[in-house]
Design a protein around this ligand. Structure first.
Ligand code: NAD
Length: 253
């Protein structure tokens, strides 16, 4: 039965940026479908840990700063020490810097590109090596953005990084499909998290954004659970290199 294909029982998933927001929502979604979770963040993830344990799943908290690729090897080895394997990676951790393009600094550029694109690639590479070693295949889900498709305003490095995420998602999918590794991306629309707090705090900007969303509301972390489970499961075994918008219709306008 097809519903069986969506189950993630006995799977181990690594979710980055899991302490809050979309990462917390997706980690809980995978746990609801049966997966154990290794969560990486540079701040405490105890709230997420409690939510996952309440669902009867195991949570391994890994404290690491993904602003550089230094912790990649240790992250993988702590997961293998605890669970003996890895099946799913969600590259969710990401940051944004808002400043006019003429004022944008090198630090604004590098800090965003490092976590949003460089670490995403090298963590995917480490996961793919592990999947190939295991001979089990695997699932990699990257978090893209509306700015993988559009230019945006006052967010040069964010647009560059998220456009890059859509590109490397295709590249990794092409190279690793032969190992039964599916690499896809989710492009969330405008979601209620810390990332968009400044936009939501500006009544004029918030009204303008919601007015353009056909669904007529901001998205929530719960809105990503279904797509995350689909892309992490056997139900998506023939979906390769695609970036799926979950945006209440924003891109369809
Ligand atoms: P958020 O700020 O609420 O969460 C980001 C998470 O990443 C947090 O848990 C944070 O602690 C973690 N993180 C940040 N820097 C880190 C670092 N150096 N090392 C380790 N962890 C780090 O934001 P969110 O909205 O939940 O964003 C999650 C992802 O979704 C990001 O990639 C973001 O770009 C993307 N996204 C968000 C929206 C939106 O509307 N909120 C839209 C499109 C894409």
């Amino acid at each position: 039965m097809v519903i069986e294909k969506f189950k993630l029982s006995d799977k181990v998933a690594l979710v980055t940026g899991c302490s809050t927001g979309l990462g917390q929502g997706m980690a809980c979604g995978l746990a609801e479908a049966g997966a154990d979770i290794a969560g990486v963040d540079y701040v405490e993830s105890s709230e997420t840990g409690k939510m996952i344990e309440t669902l009867g799943r195991t949570f391994l908290e890994i404290k690491a700063d993904l602003g550089s690729i230094k912790p990649v090897t240790t992250i993988l080895s702590s997961i293998i020490d605890k669970f003996g394997k890895l099946d799913i990676l969600i590259n969710n951790a990401g940051i944004i810097r808002r400043r006019d393009a003429v004022e944008f600094t090198e630090e604004d550029w590098d800090s965003v590109m490092n976590i949003n694109l460089k670490t995403l690639f090298f963590l995917s590479q480490a996961a793919a090596k592990q999947f190939i070693k295991q001979g089990t295949g695997g699932k990699i889900i990257n978090v893209a953005s509306m700015l993988s498709f559009q230019g945006g305003i006052r967010v040069p490095s964010y647009t560059a990084s998220k456009s890059g995420v859509m590109g490397v998602t295709r590249l990794m999918a092409n190279e690793w499909a032969k190992h039964n590794i599916n690499v896809n991306a989710i492009a969330p629309g405008y979601m209620e998290t810390n990332n968009t707090a400044p936009l939501r705090a500006d009544p004029a900007r918030s009204k303008e954004i919601v007015g353009r969303i056909p669904a007529g509301r901001w998205g929530t972390p719960d809105d990503l659970k279904g797509i995350a489970v689909f892309l992490a499961s056997g139900a998506s075994d023939y979906v390769n290199g695609y970036t799926i918008a979950v945006d209440g219709g924003w891109l369809a306008r």
